[in-house]
Ligand binder design. Structure first.
Ligand code: CAA
Length: 731
């Protein structure tokens, strides 16, 4: 006969947990009552935008990574935490997982037992038609209420199982023993969010039902003449785990019933591998038994292949079942051990206040629209409720934006006074990667300036206000632009915190990790500040699910760039946002045909004077010698023509003339003039690109055409860039 059973199993639980020592302290209880008396150390706590749908979808998403989804024709969702009295919770999951439309979806309910019913139904079906594949998900969040005796046995999680013929994890036997009795040990009336429980009585019934189900199982074994299913044939036992201690008591009861009693210590040691995950997560109702199975297979030090397992499933109310199976020969190959360990190792501990805040979150019941605060919920989240409907979505785990640098070919300085300019974006990029973070605030990892630090929302707000205030003082002529941003990281910090404030009005602000890495040398006139700003704002918009218009993004970008340059011309930001080469005249920017020729740049070092200072200096000169402005306009026009015609000779001539004009406005230091003279004497042409400098010896980048052999002998850094058509984008 074809074997049928669990082919793979994977669980997911919340990113957040409460250590029961925190609860014990808050409730004035000895922590050993929880740690030792219940055998429970921590409990998973779901944030408001998590629930059985997202827990289930996360578990199944991982489970199905290497499975052809079109082969799944049934999704059974076992839960007692359903989100609708009518609609099957699994239909939300079906959509999130992109399961095929010709897939049956149903919800099963009988307290913590229903997943076992789903498993057995699927087994019958698979025995008849081994081609089918069934996705069974058990998911629950255990809630008893703040300050109740059940509070310490809460938790939550989901276990997804792929049920197939010829399973690789656990085959399931055809026989089982059941027991049903109408009792009120644990229940949840429709009007309540929390379960009601008669704790001691529930334990009594759980243990009684175990004896009854086992008894029935044994009669079935005898009737079916099934070998290997007596007590002594089982090497492993698994029990429903409302609290780990009860599973140990259940094992002791079973051993006693079978006349080979074990003491408490032996019971604990025997069950330990199957209880490890439960001790960390707490009760997951329908999923508990199956998380216990995963725990056994992943944590038992021995090879369990071919071992017989007896499983006890219990659902209050009550319905119990004892059934059995065999661990398959190569089960280790289909485990998700690393995924589970990572999940549990990287959780965030909550304070008592944070736990209670999550716990008491009130969802609207009047159909109003509520956007849910965003927490770490894995791949999926409950985004909002509207018109009495729940809207789930794939969670944004991260966003990456790339923005290019730029090169002013001609017209630097004169452009500020309305003369034309020729400029291009270049293939050096700044990349900003935004991801979620569990620590409060923003974590900056700014590679180029070696800044790695966490800044709380409050600290960032203070910094932003301070910078704004200083900028106003700069505008009033009280301080220089260099005094506005005191430390290099402040530009990124201001940009990010300003964008987050613009994009999200909700409190608390999201906790994010911002990683920025740039190929663009800083302070050399290649638009490194603009690229940092543009990539940060774009990545943040994407991460926060916003779609600002070009104008809104531009305004944000320029607002930040002003802090660096005093009064941004907007050109760096424009080139970084759009890409391409442009002839710029006032507000009109004409895109030029792409000329993909390599441009050689000599890095003469960061100028000691700021761009803003240079601009102020040149403005005065242009005022004294207005004719210079026309000469700049003419030379830009000449270079424009050279570019359009891709005429290198004309281009070189224009570069030489442009250099002479730049000397006249005082932005080419003597040392750089001498360098360019040498280049010219070797048959080349060169000019500074960018603001240049009004003091010191360095002037940022010098663009050189020709004199290749001489350039190679220079001690400076030489860069080769190519004009690019690509502007900032999400990658
Ligand atoms: N040091 C060590 N041990 C201590 C201790 C201390 N300082 N203080 C108390 N303990 C021990 C007690 O002796 C007791 O152990 P025993 O049961 O072995 O005697 C254990 O800690 C628990 O103490 P209490 O019985 O006093 O605890 P409680 O009254 O607060 O309730 C509970 C415990 C009934 C499990 C309660 O948490 C509860 O109601 N939980 C929800 C219901 C539940 O889980 N029922 C299980 C069966 S129903 C089911 O299985 C379905 C389902 O999933 C819900």
């Amino acid at each position: 006969m074809t074997t049928v059973g669990i082919d793979k199993a994977c669980f997911y639980s919340s990113h957040y947990f409460l250590d029961l020592k925190t609860l014990a302290e808050a409730r004035g209880v000895d922590v050993e009552k929880f740690y030792t008396g219940l055998g429970q150390r921590k409990m998973a706590v779901s944030p408001p935008d998590e629930g059985v749908v997202t827990l289930a979808a996360n578990a199944a998403h991982e489970l199905l990574k290497d499975v052809d989804l079109s082969t799944i024709d049934t999704l059974m969702f076992a839960t007692e935490s359903g989100v609708d009295h009518s609609k099957a919770t699994g239909i939300f999951v079906h959509k999130l997982l992109d399961l095929p439309p010709h897939c049956r979806v149903v919800e099963l309910k009988q307290a913590c037992y229903s997943a076992t019913f789903g498993l057995q139904m699927a087994m019958s079906r698979l025995r008849e038609n081994p081609k089918h594949k069934v996705l069974l998900i058990a998911a629950d969040i255990a809630r008893y209420g703040l300050g109740t005796s059940g509070e310490s046995s809460q938790g939550g999680g989901a276990c997804a199982m792929l049920l197939t013929a010829n399973p690789r994890l656990l085959s399931i036997d055809p026989i089982a023993g059941f027991y049903t009795e109408d009792v009120m040990d644990f229940w949840r009336p429709h009007y309540r969010e929390e379960a009601l429980v008669d704790g001691k009585y529930s334990i009594e019934v759980y243990l009684k039902a175990l004896a009854k189900a086992w008894e029935h199982y044994q009669t079935q074994v005898i009737e079916a003449k099934q070998p290997d299913s007596q007590y002594q044939d089982f090497q492993q036992f698994l029990f429903h785990i409302p609290i780990p201690k009860l599973a140990e008591k259940a094992y002791q009861k079973l051993t006693k019933l079978n006349k080979s009693p074990v003491n408490t210590t032996d019971a604990q040691a025997f069950l330990e591998p199957s209880l490890q995950y439960a001790r960390e997560i707490g009760n997951c109702y329908t999923a508990s038994l199956y998380i216990g199975l995963v725990s056994l297979l992943e944590n038992h030090p021995d090879n369990l292949a071919n071992q017989r397992v007896g499983l006890y499933s219990y659902g209050s109310g009550c319905m119990a079942e004892f059934f059995s199976g065999t661990i398959q020969p190569h089960y280790q190959q289909v485990l998700h051990t690393q995924f589970h360990r990572n999940l549990l190792d990287n959780r965030q501990e909550l304070t008592q206040a944070e736990y209670e805040k999550f716990y008491t979150f009130e969802y609207p019941t009047d159909g109003s629209h509520v956007e849910l605060p965003e927490y770490q919920t894995g791949q999926f989240r409950l985004s909002h409720l509207t018109d009495h409907k729940r809207v789930y979505q794939k969670a944004r785990l991260g966003a990456t934006a790339k923005a290019p640098g730029k090169l002013i070919l001609s017209g630097e300085h004169s452009v500020v006074l309305g003369a034309p300019a020729l400029a291009t974006s270049i293939d050096l990029y700044t990349t900003t990667v935004i991801s979620k973070h569990s620590l409060p605030g923003l974590v900056f990892d700014l590679v180029n300036i070696k800044h790695q630090n966490t800044h709380s929302a409050e600290a960032l707000k203070l910094l932003k206000d301070k910078i704004k205030n200083k900028y106003t003082r700069f505008q009033q002529g009280e301080i220089s632009i260099k005094q506005v941003l005191k430390k290099p990281f402040e530009l990124a910090a201001y940009t990010a915190s300003n964008a987050i404030d613009k994009f999200t009005q909700k409190e608390p602000k999201p906790n994010l990790h911002i990683h920025t890495d740039s190929q663009i040398p800083t302070g050399c006139g290649l638009g490194s500040s603009a690229a940092v700003i543009v990539s940060t704002n774009l990545a943040l918009a994407e991460m926060l699910g916003k779609t600002p218009t070009e104008d809104e993004l531009k305004a944000l970008n320029i607002d930040a760039e002003n802090l660096q340059h005093g009064q941004s011309s907007g050109l760096d930001v424009f080139l970084s946002m759009t890409g391409g080469t442009y002839y710029v005249q006032g507000e009109t920017k004409t895109r030029l045909p792409h000329w993909g020729r390599k441009i050689t740049l000599i890095n003469t070092g960061t100028p000691t004077s700021a761009t803003g200072e240079c601009v102020a200096h040149t403005k005065a000169i242009f005022n004294q010698k207005p004719a210079l402005l026309n000469q700049f306009a003419e030379i830009t026009e000449q270079m424009h023509q050279a570019w359009q015609a891709q005429d290198l000779k004309l281009l070189k001539q224009a570069i030489k003339t442009n250099h002479q004009l730049l000397i006249q406005i005082g932005v080419v230091p003597d040392k750089i003039q001498a360098l360019i003279e040498q280049i010219e004497s070797h048959g080349g042409a060169a000019k500074i690109c960018g603001a240049g400098a009004i003091s010191g010896h360095a002037a940022g980048m010098v663009w050189v055409e020709g004199a290749e052999d001489f350039v190679k002998t220079l001690p400076h850094e030489i860069l080769t860039v190519t004009p690019t058509e690509d502007g900032a984008k999400i990658v």
